[in-house]
Design a protein around this ligand. Structure first.
Ligand SMILES: Cc1cc2nc3c(=O)[nH]c(=O)nc-3n(C[C@H](O)[C@H](O)[C@H](O)COP(=O)(O)OP(=O)(O)OC[C@H]3O[C@@H](n4cnc5c(N)ncnc54)[C@H](O)[C@@H]3O)c2cc1C
Length: 481
C-alpha cells in the first residue's frame, strides 16, 4: 500500500505532485530551505540489501529464524530460465513456468531468502483490482477496468489454489475489505468508487457514518465502502508456502544468491557472489529493489512503508472495537492508515511512508513513524488505550508515476522480462503479474497479454533530487484533491 489519496485514486495525486515537484522543489532549493522533517532519513537504513534483525510479526509467526535458507548457487551454471527475486512475483512466475514448460531448468535467484522483501512484510491485504483500478477505468474505460479487475481475481484464485490444492496454510480469510472515509468530503470519493465498481458489475456496499459506527466502534470515520471480493492472508506463510510449492514442481530455489551483475545477450549472463549463471531467458522480479540493481531508475521510486502489530487482543478488547467481519480496513487519507486482524487477533496496521531521498532501499524501524502509527491507532480506538505494541517493521515497495504495475520485455533484449511496480499493492497483483510474465516467457498469447499493464512504458518520474523533494512535501501536506 504505497501511498496516496486512497489506493484507487492515487494516480491523480501522484501525477499532480510529481508535476508540481519541479516547481516547488526548485523554489525550495533556491531559498535553501530544507527542513529536517522533509528529509528525515531512516537512521536504521542498512547499507545493503540485508538487515541483521527484522522485527516482523509475520516472520515470527512463521518461525522464520528457524527456517533454513537454501544454499546459494555455486560455480558455472547453464539454465533455461533464471528468475531474479524470490518474492510473490518471482515465485508466481516460477510456479506458472513450471506448469507451462515442464522439464526446463528454472532457477530462482533470491538475494536473501524467499519472502524476505515486501512479500513477507506486508499488511496481507489480498485486494483485487489494485493497484490502478481507477486509473484504468478513467483512461481505458469500464470494459478495460472490468478485464483488469477480473484478471486480479485470477491472482486471488492462484492463492486459493496454493491453499486448496497444495495445502499451504497462509491464514487466508475471505473477509472482503472496507475503505473508510477519513473526512466528510471523502465520502464523495467512496460514492464515486462505488459507481465505478457498479459499472463493471461489482456490488460494493456503501455505509453511512452511523452504519459504519455500528460495524466498527470508532468515531473517526464518516462512512465506508465494502468490497466483498477482497481477502486477508499471512504473507510470510504464503511466501514460505509458495517456495515449497515451486520446489515440489522442480524449480530450483537458490537463496543467499544476490545477483550482482547482469550482462544481456542471446544468452544472459548473471553474476552472483558464488556463481555465474548463463540463462536463455531471465525474469526480473525485484520490484522496489530494481533501481538498486540498476534497472528502472527513472521509472520506479522505491518507497519505504511500515507496519506494526499489537499484542493479541483479549475478548473484552475485541468486543469493544466491534469489527466482527474481520475485514481489512484502510482510510482515504494520502498517508492512509491500514489495519487488519491477524489469526491470533492482533491488530496489524500501518500508516504513511517515507521516501528515501537517495533512492536506495530501506527496511524500516523508523521511530518517528512508529510513534505516529501507534497514536493513530489509539485515535481510531481510544478504548484500546494501554494495549501493548509488540512489533514494528518496514519494507521497500515500488511506486510508479501512474500507479500501475508493469509486465513486459526489457528494451531490445527479447529474452529479459520483468514484473514490477506494484505500488504497495502486490499481494494479489504480483501473483497475476508472475502468471503473465510466465506466459510471455513461454511465448503464449492470452487475453491477459492485452491488459493495460502489459508491454506499457512506465512513465518517467523526474530527476533526482527534485522528485523526492516534491514527493516528500506532498506527503507532509497530506494533499487531497
Ligand atoms: C509494510 C508493507 C505493507 C504492505 N501491505 C500490502 C498489503 O496489505 N497488500 C498488498 O497487496 N501489498 C502490500 N504491500 C506491497 C507488497 O508487499 C508488494 O507489492 C509485493 O510483495 C511485491 O512483491 P515482489 O515479489 O514484486 O517484490 P519483493 O517481495 O520485494 O521481492 C523482491 C525480492 O528480490 C530480492 N532481491 C533484491 N535484490 C536482489 C538481487 N540483486 N538479486 C537477487 N534477489 C534480490 C529481495 O530479497 C526480495 O526477496 C506492502 C508492503 C510493505 C512493505
Amino acid at each position: 500500500m504505497a501511498d496516496s489519496q486512497s489506493r484507487q485514486g492515487r494516480w491523480i495525486s501522484r501525477r499532480s505532485f510529481l508535476a508540481g515537484a519541479a516547481l516547488g522543489g526548485a523554489g525550495v532549493w533556491a531559498v535553501g530551505v530544507m527542513p529536517r522533517w522533509i528529509f528525515s532519513k531512516d537512521p536504521h537504513r542498512p547499507p545493503q540489501l540485508y538487515e541483521y534483525f527484522v522485527d516482523n510479526y509475520w516472520f515470527e509467526s512463521v518461525g522464520m529464524n528457524d527456517v533454513r535458507d537454501n544454499p546459494p548457487l555455486k560455480g558455472q551454471q547453464r539454465v533455461d530460465i533464471a528468475i531474479v527475486g524470490g518474492g510473490f512475483a518471482g515465485m508466481s512466475t516460477a510456479y506458472n513456468l513450471a506448469r507451462l514448460l515442464p522439464g526446463k531448468r528454472i532457477v530462482v535467484l533470491e538475494g536473501a531468502r524467499c519472502g524476505y522483501g515486501a512479500s513477507g512484510r506486508n499488511g496481507g491485504f489480498a485486494d483485487v483490482g489494485e493497484p490502478g483500478f481507477a486509473y484504468v477505468y478513467e483512461t481505458h474505460g469500464p470494459e478495460a477496468a472490468r478485464a483488469y479487475y477480473d484478471a486480479t481475481l485470477l491472482g486471488l484464485e492462484q492463492i486459493r489454489t496454493f491453499v486448496d490444492d497444495y495445502g499451504v496454510d497462509c491464514e487466508l480469510e475471505l473477509t472482503g475489505s472496507t475503505m473508510l472515509a477519513a473526512g466528510e468530503s471523502h465520502v464523495e470519493y467512496l460514492i464515486e468508487h462505488q459507481q465505478r465498481l457498479e459499472q463493471i458489475g461489482v456490488r460494493a456496499e456503501l455505509m453511512d457514518r452511523a452504519e459504519m459506527r455500528r460495524k466498527l466502534h470508532s468515531d473517526r470515520f464518516f462512512g465506508g465502502l465494502h468490497d466483498p471480493n477482497h481477502a486477508i492472508v499471512n504473507p510470510a506463510k504464503l511466501a514460505l508456502g509458495m517456495k515449497g510449492v515451486i520446489e515440489s514442481l522442480g524449480v530450483e530455489v537458490s537463496e543467499r544468491s544476490k545477483v550482482l551483475r547482469m550482462m544481456p545477450g542471446s544468452t544472459v549472463r548473471l553474476v552472483t557472489e558464488f556463481a555465474e549463471v548463463l540463462a536463455d531467458k531471465v525474469v526480473i522480479a525485484l520490484n522496489g529493489y530494481a533501481p538498486q540493481f540498476g534497472l528502472f531508475k527513472n521509472r520506479i521510486l522505491p518507497v519505504n512503508i511500515y507496519a506494526a502489530a499489537t499484542e493479541p487482543l483479549n475478548e473484552a478488547q475485541m468486543q469493544s472495537i466491534g469489527w466482527a467481519g474481520r475485514e481489512g480496513l484502510w482510510d482515504t487519507r494520502s498517508d492512509f492508515m491500514y489495519l487488519r486482524l491477524s489469526a491470533d487477533n492482533r491488530i496489524v496496521f500501518g500508516e504513511g511512508g517515507m521516501i528515501p531521498y537517495d533512492g536506495s532501499p530501506s527496511t524500516g524501524n523508523y521511530q518517528p513513524l512508529i510513534e505516529k502509527m501507534q497514536s493513530s491507532l489509539l485515535e481510531t480506538f481510544p478504548q484500546l488505550e494501554g494495549v501493548r505494541f509488540t512489533h514494528n517493521w518496514g519494507g521497500t515497495v515500488a511506486a510508479t508515476k501512474d500507479g500501475m504495475p508493469s509486465v513486459g520485455t526489457l528494451a531490445d533484449s527479447g529474452n529479459i522480462f520483468h514484473a514490477v511496480g506494484f505500488n504497495g499493492e502486490g499481494v494479489v497483483m504480483a501473483q497475476l503479474a508472475g502468471r503473465i510474465a510466465a506466459e510471455r516467457v513461454a511465448g503464449r498469447e492470452t487475453p491477459l497479454s492485452r491488459l493495460a499493464m502489459v508491454d506499457k512504458q512506465m512513465p518517467y518520474i523526474g530527476p533526482e533530487p527534485v522528485r523526492n523533494l516534491g514527493a516528500a512535501i506532498y506527503r507532509k501536506l497530506d494533499l487531497w484533491e
